[in-house]
Design a protein around this ligand. Structure first.
Ligand SMILES: NC(=O)c1ccc[n+]([C@@H]2O[C@H](COP(=O)([O-])OP(=O)(O)OC[C@H]3O[C@@H](n4cnc5c(N)ncnc54)[C@H](O)[C@@H]3O)[C@@H](O)[C@H]2O)c1
Length: 171
């Protein structure tokens, strides 16, 4: 069993005690927090799907990983693209054990009175709708899979938010 440090709850998903390599999907994996997360998942033994709108940067991240992975080009604002990302992950690895939806943009910095409305819309598309779309397709896939549990008695029969966050239901 491997666990990240307790302050890394979102990636502290308990690994199965069997020998199958768990799979992590990371959006925004080409840079910043997403890249660091993919590197950490690989250190913990996860195979990684590194997804980013910037495919070369996702491939660059892949070269930093200790475990096998794939780079996928995705635009998280488009349902068809997100669905294709999940399909690519499943075609390659057969399942997704956990996901880190880190794709995001900062948006224009400046005074609100000078900010164009379309800049606000873009931030909401990537940072809000993008995460929602990723969750929609990732969870749909996870619900089709056999759960991987090191301690079945600890988890509810059906996946829930606590389980997706890798937290015990008693926390
Ligand atoms: N770094 C920080 O300290 C910090 C703090 C608070 C919030 N944030 C926010 O967290 C998010 C990630 O931060 P970061 O520092 O890792 O940023 P980053 O720019 O280094 O990485 C974001 C990644 O998301 C990708 N991306 C952008 N739009 C995309 C899209 N439509 N589809 C797929 N991938 C897309 C980019 O290509 C990039 O590789 C950003 O929204 C940022 O504003 C960052």
């Amino acid at each position: 069993m491997h666990q990240a440090a307790s302050n890394d709850r979102c990636i502290s998903v308990t690994m199965a005690t069997n020998t199958r390599t768990p799979v992590a999907l990371v959006t925004g994996g080409g840079s910043g927090i997403g890249r660091a997360t993919a590197v950490r998942f690989a250190e913990l033994g996860y195979s990684c799907v590194v997804a980013d709108i910037d495919e070369p940067s996702a491939k660059e991240t892949l070269r930093m990983l200790k475990t096998p992975g794939i780079a996928v080009q995705v635009d998280v604002t488009m349902a068809t693209s997100v669905e294709a990302m999940v399909t690519a992950a499943v075609q390659h690895f057969g399942r997704i054990d956990c996901a880190f939806n880190g794709a995001g943009i900062l948006g224009a910095s400046g005074r609100i009175v000078e900010s164009p409305e379309d800049a606000f819309d873009r931030v909401m598309d990537v940072n809000a709708k993008g995460v929602w779309l990723c969750l929609k397709y990732e969870i749909a896939q996870m619900l089709q899979q056999e759960p991987v549990m090191s301690d079945p008695a600890k988890w509810a029969e059906k996946p829930d938010v606590c389980r997706f966050r890798g937290m015990g239901t008693d926390q």
